[in-house]
Design a protein around this ligand. Structure first.
Ligand SMILES: NC(=O)c1ccc[n+]([C@@H]2O[C@H](COP(=O)([O-])OP(=O)(O)OC[C@H]3O[C@@H](n4cnc5c(N)ncnc54)[C@H](O)[C@@H]3O)[C@@H](O)[C@H]2O)c1
Ligand SMILES: [Zn+2]
Length: 376
C-alpha cells in the first residue's frame, strides 16, 4: 500500500493507495476516532458494485452503518440532492458521533463532503474515490460543494477528509469515457508542476489506456503528491493553490452553458487547458511546440481539444466565465504556463485574446459541437 501525507497541521491526513483496499475500509477508519455510526453516500452506478463491500467492512469493524444512494452524474451535484441527503440523515437520526463516507467519483465526493461540512455544523468524512479523476484529484484537498444553474461549484466549503482510501481495483468497472476524463486532470498536473510527469504520460499513455495497475498507481500517486504539496502550502487558495485551476475557468464555463449535461468535467477542462496553453503562448511565451505537445497528448487520450461555438454561445460562455471564482474586480483571470511543468498565478488577460484562443484551429482534430445543448 502506498501512502501520501497531506500536511495540514491538526487537519493532516493520509491518502492510502493500493489494490483491494475497500475491504480494509473499516479497519482503516477505526483508529481515527470518527464516531460510532457512519453513513455511506454513493451513487446509483457505484453502489451496485461497491456499497455492499464498503458497508460490510465498516460493520465488521464495529460501526453502525447505513447507505444513502443519490442519482449519478454532474446534474446530481445540486442543492436539491443535498437537501434530500439532509432529510435522509435526519430520518436516520444521525448524531454528532457519526461520520460520512463518500464512495464514488468527484460528484459524490464533492456533494457528500459538502453534506458532511454542513450537517449538524460539520461531521468528519472519509473519501473513497472510485473514478480516476477522483483518485488523481478531487478526493484530496477538502474543496467540497455543489453547482448552481448559473455556475460550477458556486456553493461550497473547505472541509478536509480524515482519510482518502484509493482502491485501484474499483477502476476496473469505470466506463472508458470516464476513465479518459480522469486523464485530463493527470495531464494537468504534468503541465502545471512536473515536466517529467508530462513526459511520462506521453511515453506511457498506451499502458495507462490499457489500465495497467502498476502504471496507474504510479501516476495516481504522483498526482496526489503534487496536490498534497500544493494544498499543504495553501489550503484555502490564497495563492499557489490557484494553479490547480489551469484550464478550469473555460472548462467550468462550458459545463455551465451546457447545463452540466454535455461534457464530462474532464472533457470540459481538456478543451479549457488547450485554450489556456494557447493563451500561455501569447502571454508568457510558452513555446508553440509545447502548445502542440499539450494538444496532441489530450487528443491521444481521446479527449476533445476544442469546441465549435456560435457567436451567441461564445457570448454565453464569456458571461458564464464572469461568475467563476477566479474573477476579481470584474476582471477575468487565467492560470497560465510559462513552460510545461511550470504554471504561474492567475493574471488578467484581454477578452479578445481569450476569444481568439477559443477559435478552432486546423491542427486540432478533436472538435466538439455544443449546439443543441446550450440554453436558449
Ligand atoms: N473537489 C475538488 O477539488 C475537485 C477537483 C476536480 C474535480 N472535481 C469535481 O469532480 C466532479 C467530476 O468527478 P468524476 O469525473 O469522478 O465524475 P462522477 O462522480 O460523476 O463519476 C463519473 C461517472 O462514473 C460513475 N462511476 C464512478 N465510479 C465508478 C466505478 N468505479 N465503476 C463504474 N462507474 C463508476 C459515476 O456514477 C458517474 O456516472 C466534477 O463535479 C468536478 O467539478 C472536484
Ligand atoms: Zn478539475
Amino acid at each position: 500500500m502506498g501512502i501520501v501525507s497531506v500536511p495540514l497541521g491538526k487537519r493532516s491526513y493520509k491518502i492510502k493507495l493500493g489494490r483491494g483496499l475497500l475491504s480494509r475500509l473499516g479497519k482503516e477508519c477505526a483508529p481515527l476516532c470518527l464516531g460510532s455510526t457512519c453513513v455511506v453516500i454513493s451513487d446509483r452506478n457505484v453502489a451496485p458494485h461497491y456499497a455492499r463491500g464498503a458497508c460490510q467492512a465498516l460493520t465488521h469493524a464495529g460501526f453502525a452503518t447505513k447507505l444513502l444512494t443519490i442519482p449519478a452524474g454532474e446534474k446530481a451535484k445540486s442543492l436539491k440532492v443535498v437537501q434530500s441527503c439532509y432529510n435522509q440523515l435526519a430520518a436516520y437520526r444521525l448524531e454528532r458521533s457519526s461520520f460520512i463516507v463518500a464512495l464514488g467519483g468527484g460528484v459524490v465526493g464533492d456533494l457528500a463532503g459538502f453534506v458532511a461540512a454542513t450537517y449538524l455544523r460539520g461531521l468528519p468524512f472519509v473519501q473513497v474515490p472510485t473514478t480516476l479523476l477522483a483518485q488523481v484529484d478531487s478526493s484530496v484537498g477538502g474543496k467540497v460543494g455543489v453547482n448552481l444553474p448559473a455556475g460550477k461549484n458556486l456553493v461550497g466549503a473547505f472541509h478536509q477528509p480524515r482519510l482518502v482510501l484509493c482502491d485501484l481495483d474499483t477502476l476496473s468497472t469505470l466506463p472508458a469515457r470516464e476513465y479518459r476524463a480522469g486523464l485530463a486532470e493527470a495531464i494537468k498536473y504534468g503541465i502545471i508542476d512536473d515536466r517529467s510527469l508530462f513526459q511520462r504520460l506521453e511515453r506511457d499513455l498506451p499502458k495507462l489506456l490499457e489500465r495497467s495497475p502498476k502504471v496507474a498507481e504510479e501516476i495516481i500517486r504522483r498526482c496526489c503528491e503534487i496536490k498534497a504539496e500544493v494544498v499543504g502550502q495553501d489550503e484555502t487558495e490564497g495563492g499557489r493553490r490557484a494553479i490547480l485551476n489551469f484550464g478550469h475557468t473555460i472548462g467550468h464555463g462550458l459545463e455551465a452553458i451546457s447545463r452540466y449535461g454535455k461534457f464530462l468535467h474532464g472533457e470540459a477542462i481538456a478543451v479549457g487547458q488547450v485554450a489556456a496553453a494557447r493563451l500561455s503562448a501569447r502571454v508568457l511565451g510558452l513555446p508553440p511546440r509545447d502548445v502542440q505537445r499539450i494538444c496532441t497528448l489530450f487528443q491521444r487520450a481521446g479527449l476533445p481539444t476544442q469546441v465549435k461555438l456560435t457567436a451567441r454561445q461564445r457570448r454565453q460562455l464569456l458571461s458564464a466565465m464572469q461568475l467563476d471564482k477566479k474573477v476579481t474586480g470584474g476582471q477575468l483571470k487565467f492560470v497560465l504556463a510559462s513552460r510545461i511543468g511550470r504554471a504561474e498565478l492567475p493574471r488578467a488577460v484581454p477578452l479578445e485574446w481569450v476569444e481568439e484562443a477559443l477559435e478552432p484551429s486546423d491542427w486540432a482534430e478533436a472538435t466538439i459541437t455544443l449546439s443543441r445543448h446550450v440554453r436558449g
